[in-house]
Design a protein around this ligand. Structure first.
Ligand SMILES: Nc1ncnc2c1ncn2[C@@H]1O[C@H](COP(=O)(O)OP(=O)(O)OP(=O)(O)O)[C@@H](O)[C@H]1O
Length: 278
């Protein structure tokens, strides 16, 4: 632990801040096949797969002809600490979801490193639940995917259903998830993820689709999760959700970190930027 990890409080005590996520000069690039002049056809793609140029490009790390590169995150650096809830804000396509996926270990970095303490869990709008299975089966599936035992899931089951509010207006939990509205699906996914304590919980827009009552429940649960020793990251386009849920915010714009600081200050600067853009 270095002195940089300790903060001098006004009372003169020096509490230890435990870093949970360190993002160090991270660049993330996507490679997209296809583009112009029929090069995106299946035949062209297949021939590229076996072409010498492609193989050579892979060796040199440069994109092959017909492969476009999207530089989504450009040299982002920050440290997150235990007990923090951090909001990620920024315009569409600024790299928020990409950064979250990299912290979750789902995307490789082109440059730089991501270090995490403990197991990161990404809760996205598209979290891997099965739309043909009932909500009930998905609660079990989601619980198992998070490493819970069947007994633990059974004990948590009613709490998850109540938290999600899925059954508030009838017995929807026994219907396939494909019959749910996007808000209902997002609420169930959040309720499943919130049933367990996480070292690092990454939430991508899940709260935006809920109604006011559900948002209040979620905010209360996020506060508890932070107390249970975790770090929470929350991507949202709702500035009020960010200021109500997080005390720190990171503002990404075009892949770079524009600002990192107290959520209220960062959101105010971002709002000034977006209103000035109109
Ligand atoms: N699978 C992908 N393949 C290629 N490019 C991608 C892919 N996913 C995202 N991108 C590109 O990476 C950049 C960052 O996208 P990302 O989804 O991380 O932004 P975001 O800030 O989460 O956006 P939004 O607020 O619209 O959800 C964009 O230019 C986007 O087009």
């Amino acid at each position: 632990m270095t002195t940089a990890d300790r903060v001098q409080t006004p009372a003169g005590t020096v509490p230890e801040r435990v870093p949970t996520v360190v993002v160090d000069g991270v660049h993330i690039k996507y490679r997209v096949n296809g583009g112009r002049g029929g090069k995106a056809s299946a035949t062209a793609a297949l021939s590229r797969l076996i072409s010498r140029k492609e193989r050579k490009a892979r060796k040199t790390g440069k994109p092959a002809p017909g492969v476009r590169e999207v530089h989504a995150v450009k040299g982002v650096t920050f440290t997150a600490y235990k007990g923090e809830a951090i909001g990620l804000i920024g315009s569409n396509g600024s790299g928020k979801s990409t950064l979250l996926k990299a912290i979750a270990g789902l995307l490789p970095t082109a440059e730089g490193r991501v270090y995490t303490q403990g197991q990161p869990s990404l809760l996205g709008v598209n979290a891997a639940l099965m739309s043909d299975l009932t909500g009930e089966r998905n609660v079990i599936l989601g619980g198992l995917a998070m490493g819970m035992t069947r007994d633990e899931i059974q004990r948590a089951y009613q709490g998850i259903v109540d938290f999600s509010g899925i059954n508030d207006k009838g017995d929807f939990i026994s219907l396939p998830m494909r019959t749910y509205s996007s808000g209902m699906g997002a609420r169930l996914r959040f309720a499943i993820a919130a049933a367990k304590s996480h070292d690092v919980l990454l939430i991508d827009e899940a709260l935006a689709t809920g109604d006011a009552k559900f948002r209040r429940r979620s905010q209360a649960r996020i506060t508890e999760l932070r107390k249970e020793a975790g770090t929470v990251f929350l991507v949202s386009h709702s500035n009020s959700t960010i200021t109500e849920t997080c005390e720190r915010a990171l503002w990404l714009e075009a892949g770079t970190l524009r600002m990192d600081g107290p959520a209220k200050e960062v959101v105010a600067a971002y709002e000034a930027f977006t209103s000035g853009k109109k």
